[in-house]
Design a protein. Structure first.
Length: 336
């Protein structure tokens, strides 16, 4: 298989979350051509995960896995001698191709792994949740995200918080007759920003982003409604943090906890460089697929940008690394 050509082929199939059917079909067809038994694991509507195994080993010990969806907007592929550009080049279509190539390399030596490619990772891990209800007996899950070919010893979790403030409309010339929801929201956010976020000795600090603020009717109307959406990158449990947020907004607004993905400490193998992933992955939604290892080519710093790319050398190196990790896990039977 041509590693770079297949990467570009997948990039050029638009697969923004919710629209993964076409790229799923392309991946399934490629795996079928290579001789795998391919299952289209239905998720919702025409969306499906792809699960592929070698005919001689329908229950492999190891699964290579990553996601097929991308964030918007669609960006077609382009290429230089050193890089492949385009949406999904490193997050995570190049990784799909590297994992298929690694499975082929292992197959040549009589070692058979499963391939699990998922929908929905960029939004809510819906594909991973579906797959977790349909485990296939694997002992290890080698998950791919852009870590520059270093094994992630941990990945930060996520806590999404919606802060809602309510007020009373009035003419802006007479503010004393109204109650500004926006001013309440600003006070609540200022209180939240004063909270000392948790720090992990290895993973570092939790971080918070106020990503969206909405509210008001018009410049000459005292606003009766305002809302902010926050995303906190977690490095530990959230009970105390939830309590502090709820207390910080009391009398000003209401805090609704929308989504939590837990902080994860992950497995490693000897003699491969390591890092800490400040982002979240499908791994927390896949506990039934075995002990996880997180590694992949490409840099998270260019993922989700208009200049997203993957280094061709890292793509080639990933094929060797995935093969090496699988052999190590099968030989030693555990991760560090």
């Amino acid at each position: 298989m041509d590693l770079f050509a297949l990467t570009r082929k997948l990039i050029d199939i638009e697969s923004i979350t919710g629209n993964e059917a076409a790229v799923g079909a392309a991946v399934a067809d490629e795996l079928g051509t290579l001789g795998y038994v391919v299952e289209r694991m239905r998720v919702e509507g025409d969306r499906f995960n792809v699960w592929a195994t070698h005919p001689s080993n329908p229950s492999p010990e190891i699964a290579f896995s990553t996601h097929m969806d991308t964030v918007p907007p669609f960006i077609a592929s382009s290429e230089t001698p050193e890089r492949i550009y385009g949406r999904g080049s490193c997050d995570a279509k190049g990784i799909i191709v590297a994992q298929i190539a690694a499975a082929e390399k292992l197959k040549a030596d009589g070692i058979h792994v499963g391939l699990l490619f998922l929908v929905g990772e960029e939004r809510d891990s819906q594909g991973a949740q579906t797959a977790n209800l349909n485990p296939r007996g694997t002992r290890f899950l080698i998950n791919g995200e852009p870590t520059e070919n270093r094994i992630a010893l941990a990945s930060k979790g996520t806590l999404r918080v919606e802060v809602v403030a309510t007020g009373r409309m009035a003419h802006s010339a007479y503010p004393e007759l109204g109650e500004s929801a926006i001013e309440k929201l600003l006070d609540a956010l200022e209180s939240i920003r004063k909270i000392k976020l948790p720090v992990h000795p290895k993973a570092g600090p939790s971080t918070m982003n106020i990503g969206l603020i909405e509210g008001g009717r018009a410049p000459n109307v005292i606003p009766d409604h305002a809302v902010a959406n926050l995303l906190i990158r977690l490095v530990g449990p959230t009970d105390e943090l939830r309590r502090q947020i709820t207390e910080a907004v009391a009398s000003k607004a209401q805090a609704n906890f929308i989504l939590e993905i837990p902080f994860m400490e992950l497995g490693s193998v000897p003699a491969i460089q390591t890092m800490i992933a400040a982002f979240t992955t499908d791994i927390p939604a896949l506990p039934n697929w075995g002990k996880p290892v997180l590694i992949g080519p490409g840099s998270i710093h260019v993922a989700h940008t208009d200049g997203e790319y993957i280094e061709k050398q890292q793509l080639n190196d990933a094929v060797e690394l995935y093969s090496r990790i699988a052999r190590s896990l099968l030989r030693d039977g555990s991760t560090l």
